[in-house]
Design a protein around this ligand. Structure first.
Ligand SMILES: CC(=O)SCCNC(=O)CCNC(=O)[C@H](O)C(C)(C)COP(=O)(O)OP(=O)(O)OC[C@H]1O[C@@H](n2cnc3c(N)ncnc32)[C@H](O)[C@@H]1OP(=O)(O)O
Ligand SMILES: O=C([O-])CC(=O)C(=O)O
Ligand SMILES: [Mg+2]
Length: 325
């Protein structure tokens, strides 16, 4: 099967002058749309996946790796992190839970090799995160990594995790994002994946927790990589709810997701006008900003800046073939 977007040059024609307009390029202000899972035991995927353009790459040591391959996967991921191949991408390592025989070994390897973020699966309580933080700090001190430089993220995979989502999301400033993990969650809830109604409460709870904490929120993986329409329908739901993005299992899903999060040309044009009007008002020392006779307030300016950031990251939305006028 072919690998779309592998050889395609980045299409910068959609991105004129946007970098200058998206004024804040600090990593915390950048979109967190896509986090691509790579099984840590798959050497071929590890050696090529930096080319796909995901916002973050997640090297998996947990459920995507067979028991007999746990040690090999840990070594492979460590070597990959040290290789420098992923220098331009946010690197995330999903470790095994700390109460398994592999968790501490995974953590030690990931922190020492310089992972940007540790993803803790099956997080159920705030103390799961504070315990992780204590262990990370010990390793940072032991290996000379700056204390606090390893960020954390929590994956919520159970009813307990959902109920404790706010406490988890606010457990430490090291926590930069939170993800809902649908497969384990529906098992815990004694249901199955369906039309999305089975995830509605959990999605809202995780999302509200993320917003209270001021961190990014990732939605569940969509496992049928052949079902493009189903994937896009799910993306539209989670984008409308307010998720920053999704965990992904296949490179083909990256561009579909980024395009769905890109603003339309009309949204971009409006955002530019709003930001320009706001900047003019600041220069002229005016307290109130007006555009076309309408007052523009802070939330509108913030939304416009967010639109520019998304456009800077992925250009203007391409409509599906046949939908263009
Ligand atoms: C519930 C959970 O815990 S989910 C998390 C654990 N699961 C995972 O990590 C699954 C990761 N994904 C995969 O293994 C695969 O994408 C599958 C099994 C879902 C689909 O496999 P395929 O149908 O073979 O994928 P596809 O045909 O699109 O592969 C095309 C190319 O993309 C590569 N590729 C596929 N998935 C990935 C990935 N996640 N990361 C990097 N490269 C990938 C393939 O190696 C292949 O490369 P090649 O053309 O150089 O040979
Ligand atoms: O963490 C994820 O996104 C995938 C996962 O483990 C799950 O759905 O159970
Ligand atoms: Mg899981």
């Amino acid at each position: 099967m072919s690998t779309p977007h592998l050889d395609a040059p980045r299409d910068d024609a959609h991105r004129p002058h946007l970098d200058a307009l998206a004024e804040d390029r600090h990593p915390e202000q950048m979109p967190h749309r896509s986090m691509l899972f790579i099984p840590g035991s798959n050497a071929a995927m590890l050696s090529t996946a930096y080319i796909y353009g995901a916002d973050a790459i997640m090297f998996d040591l947990e459920d995507g790796v067979a028991l007999r391959e746990k040690d090999t996967a840990r070594l492979l991921v460590m070597q990959t992190l040290r290789s420098g191949l992923y220098a331009g991408v946010e690197t995330v390592v999903r470790i095994n839970p700390l109460d398994t025989p592999f968790g501490r070994l995974d953590l030690e390897a990931a922190v020492r090799a310089g992972a940007d973020v540790i993803r803790l699966p099956k997080t159920e309580t705030a103390s799961d995160i504070t315990e992780l933080e204590t262990a990370v700090e010990e390793i940072e001190r032991a290996c000379g990594r700056e204390v606090g430089s390893t960020k954390l993220m929590a994956a919520i995979e159970s009813a307990a995790g959902v109920v404790n989502a706010v406490a988890i999301a606010t457990a430490t400033p090291r926590l930069v994002s939170i993800a809902l993990a649908g497969f384990d969650y529906v098992i815990d809830m004694r249901t199955t994946r369906g039309d999305g109604s089975e995830l509605f409460y959990a999605r809202c709870a995780v999302l509200h927790a993320a917003r209270v904490a001021g961190i990014a929120a990732y939605d569940v993986v969509f496992s049928d990589v052949e079902d493009e329409a189903g994937f896009l329908a799910e993306v539209e739901v989670i984008r409308r709810l307010g998720f920053d993005g999704k965990s992904l299992v296949n490179p083909r899903q990256i561009d579909l997701l980024h395009n769905a999060y890109a603003p339309t040309q009309a949204e971009l044009d409006h955002a530019r006008l709003v930001v320009q009007a706001a900047e003019r008002a600041t220069e002229e020392g005016l307290g109130v900003v007006s555009l076309g006779g309408k007052m523009i307030d802070a939330p509108i300016i913030e939304a416009a800046r967010r639109t520019l950031r998304y456009a800077a990251a992925s250009g203007v939305r391409r409509e599906p073939q046949g939908a263009q006028s």
